[in-house]
Design a protein around this ligand. Structure first.
Ligand SMILES: *Cc1c(COP(=O)(O)O)cnc(C)c1O
Length: 380
């Protein structure tokens, strides 16, 4: 079947993804060997929520599975079903609060749900009992994020009902850090200490989980004390270190975003370009038109702040980011229609990475990746 392909597309480098997965596994093994004194090497829960951070969850999940990933994690049941329908057989942990009305998917698709509220425990117990099934769950403890999870300081009240739920087996206990990427804030350590106290308290309340986990990418990089039995990297697997942290793990960016120049336009001094007349040429100028805009996930704040790569050089986005187009100042360059444009990725000796874009527009790399639009074809 032949069809037209838009010239703006995202390239997703699955070998790079697999290499990142292995690099994280090797890092954990090496560090556990060095400082762990014979401690068990933690396993990895690969986080593929939000369509695998915009990379395309089915292909990413299958590639991770082929690289040896044993457990994947999604935000909700619906995301997990997409993976099962794509042939993913690895264990899938569902992080989110379960929509209380419909937990059937947990059973029909063999998912591992999280109990993060007493209500979720009740609906899972009822649904498991109705099926005569003993359901393995992870229990989420809120140690300071104050979002989902049973409060760390109220477990005497909330745990007994879960322990009494005959059809529920608590396989693992976990928490989630609010500030793992900010070494300045004390909350990370407070959360770790609260989680430690909870782990010590749980056996007295009748919970003896086989597994404990806590660390997202930033916490994995920062503190081996929170590795426990499993770590839960997301961003790192996609080759991006959460800012402002640095890492020696050899990670490779997985996503690149590319397009082509569709027109080059001469602009006279004093003339403006684009909606809102935001940019005025101060000399005879040439502007390249690139068919990618905010409908493709480019942020309007990229205008004037972010470069793109053309002919191996950086060129500035000028004028407004439109829905379907950007305009780039190429006055000092020899640029022609058809030339490749790189918005994220490498061209020649130059690179624009997701961290550079997110810092230029004052957001985080997660948002830049997740917003890459549904109109953009992912090519693997
Ligand atoms: C998203 C998420 C992660 C992964 O976070 P990264 O910063 O991408 O590594 C881990 N755990 C939970 C509960 C999450 O929601």
């Amino acid at each position: 079947m032949s069809r037209e392909r838009r010239c703006t597309f995202a390239h997703v480098d699955l070998p790079a993804l697999q290499s990142n997965y292995r690099a994280v596994a090797e890092f954990l093994a090496a560090q556990t060997g060095v400082e762990g004194g014979g401690k068990k090497v933690p396993g990895i829960i690969s986080v593929v929520k939000a369509n695998a951070y915009g990379h395309g969850a089915p292909a990413v999940a299958r590639a991770l599975q082929d690289a040896g990933a044993k457990v994947l994690a999604c935000a909700d049941i619906e995301e997990a079903i997409v993976l099962r329908n794509a042939g993913v057989t690895a264990e899938i942990l569902v992080f989110g609060a379960l929509s209380v009305s419909d937990v059937a998917g947990v059973f029909d698709y063999s998912l591992t749900p999280t109990i993060s509220t007493p209500g979720a425990g009740r609906s899972l117990q009822a649904a498991a009992a109705a099926r005569g099934f003993r359901l393995r769950c992870h229990l989420k403890i809120d140690t300071g994020m104050n979002r989902l999870g049973l409060r760390f300081d109220n477990l005497e009240r909330t745990i007994p009902e879960i322990v009494a739920s005959k059809n529920i087996e608590v396989d693992a206990v976990y928490t989630h850090f609010a500030t793992a990427d900010d070494p300045e804030l004390p909350l990370f350590h407070e959360q770790r200490e609260r989680f430690e106290r909870v782990l010590a308290q749980l056996p007295r309340l009748g919970v003896n989980p086989k597994l404990r986990h806590a660390a997202n990418s930033a916490a994995t990089l920062r503190d081996s004390r929170v590795w426990y039995d499993l770590v839960r990297p997301g961003l790192m697997i996609y080759g991006v270190v959460p800012p402002p942290l640095a890492s020696t793990i050899p990670l490779k960016p997985v996503m690149s975003l590319r397009s082509r120049v569709v027109a080059v336009k001469g602009v006279r001094p004093g003339e403006t370009v684009g909606y809102g007349a935001l940019w005025t040429a101060d000399r005879p100028s040439r502007v390249a038109v690139v068919p990618a805009g905010y409908a493709d996930g480019l942020d309007r704040r990229m205008a004037g702040t972010c470069p793109v790569l053309i002919r191996g050089r950086r060129a500035r986005i000028v004028g407004a980011v439109s829905m379907d187009m950007i305009t780039v100042d190429v006055t000092d360059m020899h640029v022609e229609p058809g030339d490749e444009v790189v918005m994220i990725g490498v061209q020649g000796d130059e690179r624009i990475d997701v961290r550079e874009i997110s810092s230029a527009i004052a957001t985080n790399p997660y948002e830049v990746l997740c917003r890459i639009g549904t109109r953009i074809e992912r090519i693997y």
